[in-house]
Design a protein around this ligand. Structure first.
Ligand code: ATP
Ligand code: MG
Length: 215
């Protein structure tokens, strides 16, 4: 209504536009949560994870502001998976926001991507089922407060949060997406040192990219 009123005050107009953008993105998110829960499903297609990260860099940097510097270490070749951009964006958003929240004053977030070959499940905390095969991964590592051992088994549960204004939905979304894409998630964390959360998604079959020697 503010926008329709053709207000001449530039500040009010700018704020009204921000409200409109936020509302539209809230609609997108709600539809997306409904899709996930009611399995309405998305049109998945082959896409390159690296391109998704590159498209998100500006917004992720802005989200972190001066609290955290993000370093990007992207795999040199294409990392094709069968997914939708929205899924990859949600993974990046939620993990980066959590990392930023875990950093109280100043810290570093490293977002990296690569491809690995798994024969057996990794030895760290795993959420989801690991089938042998090649996976592309998105890893978000931070130098934040870390996750206490006694809550590690709770973090994937919807509504679990330790934050005053948290909803406890972010990681649940990430884990649900990983499962939907036949992938899995690993969590490594040390209190006062930081956390590394890695989302593994099966590599699209027709792509030949050499795996790393390590996970
Ligand atoms: N990188 C991290 N460092 C430290 N703790 C984390 C990290 N990521 C998640 N957590 C812990 O896991 C909990 C659940 O995370 P989740 O993203 O699901 O919810 P939230 O961030 O609390 O709320 P929301 O994402 O809905 O705004 C967090 O409240 C926090 O305690
Ligand atoms: Mg969160």
């Amino acid at each position: 209504m503010l926008l329709m009123a053709k207000n001449t005050d530039a500040l009010i107009n700018a704020r009204a536009k921000t409200i409109k953008t936020a509302s539209l993105s809230a609609i997108k998110l709600m539809n997306y949560i409904l899709d996930l829960n009611y399995k309405r499903g998305f049109d998945k297609r082959k896409l390159d994870i690296n391109l998704c990260v590159e498209n998100m860099q500006d917004i992720l940097d802005k989200i972190c502001g001066s609290r955290a510097t993000i370093y990007y270490e992207l795999y040199s070749g294409p990392l094709n998976v069968i997914a939708t951009e929205l899924y990859i964006e949600e993974i990046l958003f939620n993990l980066t926001i959590n990392s930023k929240d875990a950093i109280s004053t100043e810290g570093i977030i490293t977002i990296s991507t690569a491809v690995v070959n798994y024969e057996t499940a990794p030895t760290v905390s795993v959420f989801g089922t690991v089938n042998a095969g090649r996976y592309c991964y998105i890893k978000v590592k931070d130098t934040g407060c870390g996750i206490a051992k006694n809550i590690m088994s709770l973090i994937h549960k919807p509504t679990f949060t330790t934050k005053k204004n948290g909803n406890g939905i972010g990681l649940h979304i990430v884990f649900t997406i990983a499962k939907e894409l036949s992938g899995f998630v690993t969590v490594e964390s040390a209190e006062q040192k930081g956390t590394t959360i890695t989302v593994y998604i099966p590599q699209a079959a027709d792509v030949v990219a050499p795996p790393c020697s390590c996970a």
